[in-house]
Design a protein around this ligand. Structure first.
Ligand code: IMP
Ligand code: MG
Length: 173
């Protein structure tokens, strides 16, 4: 399979450091729980937390959209829920990429019903052209064009999550 690098690992590292510093500044002294959205969010979460120098907790939620696999339907099925008590805590949802925004909108509304002190969103990649719902991404990483990408946690039919750069499949056209 041919790949064209769209965002290098160096750019990802630089942006992740900046986001980590912003999170550290905003949540200093607060009870913070980062909730990684599986599977794609695992690499960004792992990079992010190692750059945040404060006490925090980590949990994971695994979701899948109903319908076909390339278009998000907005109906999100929880495959694995968080397993810690987040009542009164500040929750930061950590995603790989925001496309239509339907997944994170659903998750944000869900977490808003759980009695958290706050619910905010972080995503390392953003395709703003694709947005279908109004969504505030509190910690947005790097904007990319409307192209299907893999690597840095993102998959194509379950593969290529381990590529260190974000790549477009094919020659990038
Ligand atoms: P949405 O924002 O609800 O449309 O869905 C976002 C999710 O769809 C992301 O978290 C990814 O898991 C997946 N996704 C969207 N675009 C891509 C892509 O270009 N490559 C791989 N997965 C993608
Ligand atoms: Mg995802």
């Amino acid at each position: 399979m041919k790949f064209k690098v769209l965002v290098t690992k160096e750019e990802l590292d630089k942006r992740t450091t900046e986001l980590a510093k912003a999170i550290e500044r905003d949540y200093k002294g607060k009870d913070l729980v980062l909730v990684g959205v599986l599977k794609g969010g695992f690499i960004f979460l792992a990079d992010l937390v190692r750059k945040i120098s404060m006490d925090l907790s980590i949990d994971f939620i695994s979701v899948s959209s109903y319908g076909n696999s390339t278009e998000s339907s907005g109906v999100v099925r929880i495959l694995k829920d968080i397993d810690s008590d987040i009542t009164g805590k500040h929750v930061l949802l950590v995603e790989d990429l925001i496309d239509t925004g339907l997944t994170l909108k659903y998750l944000k509304e869900l977490f808003n019903t759980k009695g958290c002190a706050s619910v905010k969103l972080a995503a390392i990649l953003d395709k703003p052209e694709r947005r279908k719902v109004d969504l505030k991404v509190d910690y947005s990483g790097i904007e990319i064009p409307d192209k299907f990408v893999v690597g840095y946690g993102l998959d194509w039919a379950g593969k290529y999550r381990n590529l260190p750069d974000v790549c477009v499949v094919g020659d990038g056209t």
